[in-house]
Design a protein around this ligand. Sequence first.
Ligand code: MG
Length: 164
Amino acid sequence: MTSLTKIWWKSNLPIYNISHSELYSKGITCLLLDVDGTLINRKTNSIPIKVKQWIKKSKEYFSLYLISNNPSEKRISSIGNELGLEYKHKALKPSKKNTLKIIKKLNRDKENIAIVGDRILTDIIVGNRCNIHTILVRKLNKNGLPIRINIILLIERLISFFIV
Ligand SMILES: [Mg+2]
């Protein structure tokens, strides 16, 4: 894999199984969170209870910001409002522009920021392009459980080998 697709922490876990204290001990104080697949399955509007609990506890440790490629402001704003988080919809990851804007707004050292997502070609690449840490998590299904076989991710891993 090239540096563009470098995964700083390949968790192999759904986001809600990531340890806040472990992440904090690695120097992270700020998280940019992908929405669809990472916090909630794209085909549902109901945020899993485990995700809600994880976000609630995260607020004790980190500054949080939702960053989604979903073009629907209605969907992303309603998820942001339910979780009590600021958000950016239509973020156009892996384009750097919107992610850099958020990083600037957060006003933290890049060393202390990580992006968390379920996709290599959007979340991981934009994180590397912006020089922040990258965390890959398992995609959630409609019931909020990690999907067992993620075909898209397998294809993305293949493509990653050809990205310079
Ligand atoms: Mg996603």
